[in-house]
Design a protein around this ligand. Sequence first.
Ligand SMILES: [Zn+2]
Length: 291
Amino acid sequence: MVKFFIDPGHGGTDPGATRNGLQEKNLTLQISKKIRDMLGEYENTQVRLSREGNQTLTLNQRTNAANAWGADFLLSVHINAGGGTGYEDFRYNTLSASSTTGRIQSAIHSAVMVAIRGFGVSDRGAKSANFHMLRESNMPAVLTENLFIDTPQDANLLKRADFIEAMARGHVNGLANAFGLKRKVTTKPVTPPKPPVTQPKPSVPTNPKEDDDMLERAVVINGFADFPAAERLALYLKAPIYLRSIVTGQKVAKELYIVGGTKEGMVANKVTLLSGADRFETAAAVANFIK
Ligand SMILES: [Zn+2]
């Protein structure tokens, strides 16, 4: 069981940053609740929020709650202000990028940037700082700053439901990857297999109906080490990038291009393997394919 403590920044009498008709406390709660719901799609996860509504909480109350619960990870969600633009996140400043916390931060950071690519958001980087939420928590903790409320182009994105959804999905994809979470088996009924064909097949192949709306192709990465190579391939193929853990056993496109790892568990009409023994060989295989 992995226990995730999600902290929607601010609340109650503390609205956080406000501008352009938006209040930070409402946005952080929206994103946090979506993250909680999405984490419920995975096996063996427990999620607790520092606040479910518009309560006023001190920073100490938040870290005390996470520590008392014995959370495995603390995520504090904020919206930036001060006239910049883009996304950034923070770990405690005494921790290196290669620490456990640094690796979780890196997974979240990469997954968020993947999830919101297409919205034109700039990447301000994975940073460290001496923040209360990061310093006083007993478990690995990351604080994310999700765009600038006082920059009109960022505020316009924060008003969009599809952007909030993508932002939450990015956090969850990162956590799923960092903690090796497995998706729950879907409760949706599986389409029964087609009866065996007794007549000779027509010479003109017909596409099954279910494939009509399906993506033509998608790129699958094993982990974020393969992301730079996969990104070049994705641009070349004009295809989205999925994490292996997300698409295992699930058909998301007619053709899959695997960057890192094996074909195992991949479901598609055609699977192209572009993997080497390590990320350098994998990057070479991708470069070779694009040429
Ligand atoms: Zn804040």
